[in-house]
Design a binder for this molecule. Structure first.
Ligand SMILES: [Zn+2]
Length: 142
């Protein structure tokens, strides 16, 4: 995730990034999906905006994985509501299974490659001939 777009999200939804995080790393091509997820979560939470933050956002098995924490006692009697938050995350994660991690164009997961990531045909071809495919922003750990 570029520093600027992550900063934008932190400014727009500060509470979502205020907890003890294990890291928020979003591939370039998936940044619009993650930004939409932050916005959808914000809408779902309603006016109170409390008790939820991203615990970890990363790539796993070629697509996005996002996990959040709810503060103790928050929403504990609202199982259906909490499930709706999980559903939003699941939808975003599933969306990245068909979106190139580099450019955001339609892509697919190549399970035959040593490098497991969802890519469009162009970036897959580049990777196969050894051309570096920008997925993670410079200087940020995966
Ligand atoms: Zn691509």
């Amino acid at each position: 995730m570029t520093a600027s777009s992550l900063r934008d999200l932190q400014l727009t939804f500060p509470y979502q990034f205020s907890g003890q995080s294990l890291g928020v790393n979003v591939a370039r091509g998936w940044q619009p999906i993650f930004a939409q997820l932050c916005s959808d979560i914000d809408s779902a939470l309603g006016p109170q905006k409390r008790g939820l933050y991203w615990r970890q956002v990363k790539e796993k098995w070629g697509s996005l994985r996002a996990s959040f924490r709810l503060d103790d006692g928050v929403y504990e009697r609202e199982e259906a509501f909490v499930q709706s938050l999980f559903d939003l995350v699941a939808t975003a994660e599933k969306g990245t299974q068909s979106i190139c991690a580099s450019c955001g164009e339609p892509g697919r997961l190549d399970t035959n490659d040593r490098y497991l990531i969802t890519l469009c045909q162009n970036h897959r071809d580049q990777l196969l001939v050894g051309i570096a495919v920008p997925i993670w922003d410079e200087g940020r750990p995966r």
